[in-house]
Design a protein around this ligand. Structure first.
Ligand code: GLY
Length: 371
């Protein structure tokens, strides 16, 4: 059964529809958001090859022409060059502000298409049809859009909320197991940051979610989106509570920077390790018990995600380089380190003024080396 989960943002409010077979209903669901019987569909070659014909047919059934704008798969499309290319192709299609962009793919496509929509003719509406677990539970909801620069990921972007998000669980059946695990890191994040009962449910039902059991998957995706929607509605621009969604991400970004943002370590895998590190760092700071930190790690490891530095290609890492990356992370303010730490399983908080020396000593205890 489909569920509509509202993101309560006043004039920018929208629904995230979660269910099976939404791709086939996409034309009917998108129709109210377009005016001229057409939508530019920004997708990547892999997603388009798998699902493009189905989406095109669904749109056509509602009298909407799909105008495909297909980009190469992978992070390199999320660049100034990729943005220039997509913008030029939207211009060539003579899209105007009354038209609609559809982002159809994983996190890269959603971030790139969303940012292109944010700046195209000073802003055009867009809808998200996320095709990975990670994009369904995290990046397609909340309006963060961005590209990368050689200085780091997501450094140039805009907040631009979609008009609608369609999270079709059926599409996840073609997702490689490694992608499912990477997306699951963001699912378990919601339990760890703010819902102990959900965390406990995932300890039992995680294997069923990863095996794509329809009921377990629907419940996990819906609860994740519900939590994200609630946090975004309260703090759209990340002035406060939304930062909790970055649990594990400061350590994760440092590890991604050291491993080259590629195949060696997927973002979700880095988040798995980053969350385990954040819980153990919280224990090292005396905020939680080492048993609770171990329980968080065990739940992450049970999903086949890394939880220790020595499980990550590139080990042993240089402690000073890792700390330098955490300081460069855009969540660092005025030279102080900001981390999301935990008071308990299911109770994370934003810790500003974290001592870089304590982080360095912790990382060395975790197996990083002093240079
Ligand atoms: N992915 C974190 C956020 O949307 O705030």
């Amino acid at each position: 059964m489909n569920r509509s989960l509202p993101v309560g943002l006043g004039a920018r409010a929208y629904d995230v529809v979660v269910g099976e077979g939404l791709l086939d209903a996409a034309g009917r669901l998108i129709a109210p958001f377009q005016k001229r019987g057409r939508t530019a569909v920004i997708s990547d070659e892999s997603v388009w090859a798998l699902h493009g014909a189905r989406l095109t047919a669904a749109l056509a059934a509602a009298g909407i022409t799909a105008l495909p704008v297909i980009v190469p798969p992978g992070e390199q499309s999320k660049s100034f060059e990729g943005l220039a290319d997509v913008s030029d192709r939207l211009l060539a299609l003579e899209l105007d502000r009354g038209d609609l962009v559809t982002a159809f793919g994983g996190g890269v496509v959603g971030d790139l298409a969303g940012f292109a929509a944010a700046i195209y003719k000073r802003g055009i509406d867009f809808v998200q049809i996320p095709t990975t677990l990670l994009a369904q539970v995290d990046s397609s909801v909340g309006g963060k859009t961005a590209i990368d620069t050689p200085r780091g990921k997501n450094l140039v972007g805009a907040f631009h909320q979609p008009r609608l998000v369609l999270a079709d669980l059926e599409v996840l059946s073609t997702l490689p197991a490694r992608e499912m695990r990477a997306g699951y890191a963001e699912v378990i994040k919601y339990g760890l940051l703010g819902d102990f009962a959900f965390f406990e449910w995932l300890e039992v039902n995680g294997p069923a979610v990863l095996a794509r059991d329809p009921d377990a998957l629907a419940q996990a995706v819906a609860r994740s989106i519900e939590m994200k929607a609630e946090i975004v509605a309260e703090d759209e621009r990340e002035q406060g509570r939304r930062a909790l969604l970055n649990l594990g991400h400061t350590f994760a970004h440092a590890l991604e920077a050291e491993t080259g943002y590629g195949e060696a370590l997927r973002h979700g895998e880095a988040v798995g390790a980053g969350m385990a590190l954040a819980f153990r760092f919280s224990a090292a700071q005396g905020l939680i018990s080492s048993q609770d930190a171990a329980r968080a790690s065990a739940a992450i490891a049970a999903a086949g995600l890394p939880t220790r530095l020595d499980e990550i290609p590139g080990h042993p890492f240089d402690a000073d380089r890792l700390v330098a990356h955490t300081a460069q992370d855009k969540k660092a303010e005025g030279g102080r380190l900001t981390f999301i730490l935990a008071r308990a399983l299911g109770d994370a908080f934003v810790a500003r003024d974290v001592d870089a020396a304590a982080v360095r000593a912790f990382l060395i205890a975790e197996g990083a080396v002093a240079s």
